[in-house]
Design a protein around this ligand. Structure first.
Ligand code: PA5
Length: 442
């Protein structure tokens, strides 16, 4: 289960203030649980860990088995934002850093940018490898994935013919509406549904995340079990509830101590995309109405040699939330060297992870001395079960925390602003009136 450690904040806040914010967090928790807060038509994520049916899991596995039968060795997952980051997070965390197991397709991502170089290089491999594609868009109208998908679809149809290409494309989208739904119906693609009441950044436990994760060779049953066990834990309403503590402390540090930046800190490069997923979850959920804590991230110890200086001594606007992984999955012990020219014999016999843990403790003390409060969020190890748990923990905590802050966690009105300008500049039909006005401003 996910554990919360607030010890690194205790010298910064008063006990009475923390109690006051725990009270606020419990009120917010009640609103979330009663389903009577802002955005309450987007609470489907709360029960996903127990709602996802055996049929849905089996349907995801059937796509995997079908494509395995065709010898598919490259799956391009097309999507952006909430239709991308959860799957990428899980796949990066669970995969071997350097080697792909035999018989498992390589999963790559597209539609999360508009870089011509990126798509051209992707097409270099889509053109020649045994390819399939999962296209994910809840709205079915997002430009970035639509552009990438048009290019990939064209390639698959040229290579395999329209009928076989349709067998190699699966869409994850709305049950009824959107261009992707219409296209999928017309072309006969297999489709999975993004539930109406689950927003993009809360959708990792729907087919948006589950299908790509299965295709990459991982066990979504274990992930759902981890999320379900975490949910059961968090259903205990108490001051000791980890989401209550997390929401209380981050809002206290923000509102009374001017901490406007939260840095998610990892000590394992496999968790870089956990931070990217978390940044979207908190950034899009809380950053509105002139409010919010800016979500940032570092990966140590690499970033101690780049961002460490700023965190230690720069403007005192931040606090840290450290993702602690209690147990490494692998074991590497540092050897002894008869000459000891590098002076490292004092570490002989130690696990590398011991050095990582000591670096983490050293940083904790230094940062606290430097005025940076630190929370810890720990999991036992990096696996499907614990990732399911931490996904659910951060989603639940986000809902509670945003209600404490006083914003609707489940909308994202600001995301539209750039799109209107981009469409006008790209001369999309219907945006003619804005084009001249924008051209004058750039
Ligand atoms: O969390 C969100 O709602 C967004 O990040 C969306 O997931 C993102 O904009 C992609 O939208 P769509 O799935 O409709 O293409």
């Amino acid at each position: 289960m996910v554990k919360l450690d607030l010890g690194g904040c205790s010298s910064f806040v008063k006990e009475s203030e923390y109690k006051e914010f725990v009270g606020k967090a419990l009120e917010a928790y009640d609103v979330l649980q009663a389903g009577n807060g802002a955005g309450n038509d987007f609470l489907g994520w709360k029960t996903l860990p127990v709602d996802v049916s055996e049929e849905l899991v089996a349907a995801c596995e059937a796509v995997r088995d079908n494509w395995k039968g065709k010898g598919v060795d490259l799956v391009t997952v097309v999507g952006i934002g909430g239709s991308y980051l959860g799957a990428r997070c899980a796949i990066e965390a669970l995969s071997h850093s350097f080697v792909r197991p035999e018989g498992v397709p390589q999963v790559v991502f597209a539609g999360n940018n508009l870089s011509e170089d990126y798509i051209a290089e992707l097409m270099d491999i889509v053109e020649v490898r045994n390819s399939a594609c999962v296209v994910i868009s809840k709205s079915g109208t997002t430009t970035e994935p639509a552009v990438a998908f048009r290019i990939i679809k064209d390639c698959l149809e040229r290579r395999y013919g329209k009928k076989e290409a349709a067998e190699r494309i699966v869409a994850v989208t709305d049950a009824k509406k959107g261009a992707l739904k219409t296209l999928s119906t017309q072309e006969g693609y297999k489709t999975f549904v993004v539930p109406d009441d689950v927003g993009g950044r809360f959708s990792v436990l729907t087919p948006v995340g589950l299908l790509p994760i299965v295709l990459a060779g991982f066990d979504i049953r274990k992930m759902l079990k981890g999320a379900a066990d975490e949910r059961a834990e968090l259903l205990n309403r108490s001051e000791a509830n980890a989401v209550v503590g997390y929401a209380a402390m981050r809002n206290l540090l923000h509102s009374k101590y001017g901490k406007s930046v939260e840095i998610l800190v990892g000590y394992n490069p496999k968790l870089v995309y956990l931070a990217e997923w978390w940044k979207q979850l908190y950034g899009e959920s809380e950053g509105k109405d002139g409010k919010g804590i800016f979500p940032a991230s570092v990966t140590n110890t690499a970033d101690l040699h780049s961002m460490g200086q700023f965190i230690q001594e720069g403007s005192r606007v931040m606090f840290e939330t450290v993702i602690k992984v209690e147990n490494a999955n692998r074991s590497v012990v540092i050897g002894s060297d008869p000459q000891d020219l590098d002076g490292l014999n004092y570490l002989a016999g130690q696990h590398v992870e011991h050095c990582n843990a000591m670096a983490g403790l050293g940083v904790k003390v230094a940062h606290i001395d430097g005025g940076v409060p630190q929370m810890g969020v720990s999991i036992d190890k990096i696996d499907e079960y614990n990732l399911g748990a931490i996904f659910y923990f951060f989603e639940f905590a986000c809902g509670v925390s945003a209600y404490v802050l006083g914003v609707n966690p489940f909308n994202q009105p600001g995301v539209e602003a750039y799109k209107k300008n981009m469409f006008a500049l790209l001369r999309k039909p219907g945006y003619e009136a804005q084009t001249e006005a924008i051209l004058k401003r750039i």
